[in-house]
Design a binder for this molecule. Structure first.
Ligand SMILES: Cc1ncc(COP(=O)(O)O)c(C=O)c1O
Length: 382
């Protein structure tokens, strides 16, 4: 492959990706490196603004100072620190599961867990909008991959009836879809998984910390924690830290310790990161209203957009404004940048062809004034 030709083609399609270094001081505004003009960030997944929370920083600092910068080895070597177990206990309790296992990040969790569960003789039923890490984990497993139309339970039921086979079967979904902001119908998925004797793996990357009575996620909100086999989630989004976990019955966790290659063959998460995650969990558990506070801002933004006849389907913190052509989405994101807003144009292959969008991510970093002025700017552009 000629990389330059490949890049030129991507550029021609409006889908070339470029890195844009940012400066994000704790005290002060976000800005592009080399340009001090402040930007309001509508692109991050730091939904609850916990990455900057004093308690989160304090526990990270304490663990760094008490335990050092790195964990030194993989968990199954000498990297298995008591503080990893402490966080696993806490996250399992939060998620209403028996046990949990930490992974380096969410990508590693999905690419480790799915191949551990499924093999060549098995079949995976996967929502068409599932994250790349789920797709990659499924491909890595060697299992047959059957994709159903997004959130279409009739389509899934039909595929299960025809393609379930006699091996192991896994249904895998996101509880809150990362680029569309809609939720999976978990009660229906549980009914289907029981009817067809499948495992159900739910990725709560974007839901953890926000939905449900204690903020545990959409699994909690739907009341299906006991019926979902494995729940995966990350610490790098609403929890403001880094890393990921899978929570499930103890037997599954013991199994993953022995089989999930991205767990076995990778250095354990460092102490400061564990401290930040524990601090964030303490903040969320101590303030169960944080998610509702965020969702109230979402409602406010939705109303502000509606006042300009702009409609965004989502009622969650992930609010995509559909544009269609990649070039137009990139141009609008650039214009919003000029107006002081950092917004990402999400384009293929991250989303299907002709569905490029501006993905507004509402977080507790923004105030109502920011939301009103973004709505006004967007209205001026469309
Ligand atoms: C649904 C979903 N799963 C998994 C991941 C991967 O998580 P991480 O960023 O921790 O690797 C992401 C992150 O983008 C995601 O959106």
């Amino acid at each position: 492959m000629d990389p330059l030709k490949w890049l030129a083609k991507r550029q021609g399609q409006g889908n070339l990706r470029r890195l844009r270094p940012l400066v994000r001081p704790l005290a002060g505004d976000l800005h592009l490196a080399g340009n001090s003009r402040p930007l309001i960030d509508f692109s991050s997944n730091d939904y609850l603004a916990l990455s900057c929370h004093a308690q989160v920083i304090a526990t990270a600092r304490q663990f760094l100072e008490e335990h050092g910068a790195g964990s030194g080895a993989a968990r199954l070597m000498s990297g298995d620190l008591a503080l990893h177990h402490r966080l696993e206990k806490e996250i399992a309790r939060f998620k209403g599961q028996e046990a949990a296992l930490l992974f380096g990040n969410g990508y590693m969790a999905n690419t480790g867990v799915i191949p551990a569960l499924m093999g060549r003789h098995d079949v995976i039923f996967s929502d068409k909008l599932n994250h790349a890490s789920i797709v990659d984990g499924s491909l890595l497993s060697g299992a047959r991959l059957v994709r159903f139309r997004h959130n279409d339970m009739d389509h899934l039921a039909d595929l299960l009836a025809r393609k379930r086979g006699s091996g192991q079967a896994l249904i895998v979904v996101e509880s809150l879809y990362s680029m569309d902001g809609d939720k999976a119908p978990l009660a229906e998925l549980v009914a289907l998984k029981e009817r067809h004797n499948c495992l159900l793996l739910v990725d709560e990357a974007h839901a953890t910390g926000i939905f449900g009575a204690t903020g545990a996620g959409v699994v909690e909100e739907a009341g299906v924690a006991d019926q979902v086999d494995l729940v995966m989630g990350t610490f790098g989004k609403a929890l403001g830290s880094y890393g990921a976990y899978v929570a499930a019955r103890q037997g599954w966790i013991d199994f993953l310790v022995n089989r999930a290659r991205s767990f076995i063959y990778s250095t354990a998460l460092p102490p400061a990161v564990i401290g930040a995650s524990l601090g964030a969990l303490q903040v969320v558990r101590g303030n169960p209203g944080l998610g509702q506070q965020l969702l109230a801002r979402v409602e406010f933004f939705k109303k502000a957009l509606a006042s300009y006849n702009l409609e965004v389907e989502s009622s969650t913190q992930i609010m995509p404004l559909m544009i269609g052509a990649s070039g137009a989405a990139v141009e609008m994101a650039a214009q919003l940048g000029e107006a002081g807003f950092f917004v990402t144009a999400v384009r293929p292959p991250t989303v299907p062809e002709n569905t490029a969008r501006l993905r507004f991510s509402v977080t507790l970093h923004q105030g109502e004034g920011d939301l009103s002025s973004l709505a006004e700017q967007v209205a001026a552009l469309v």
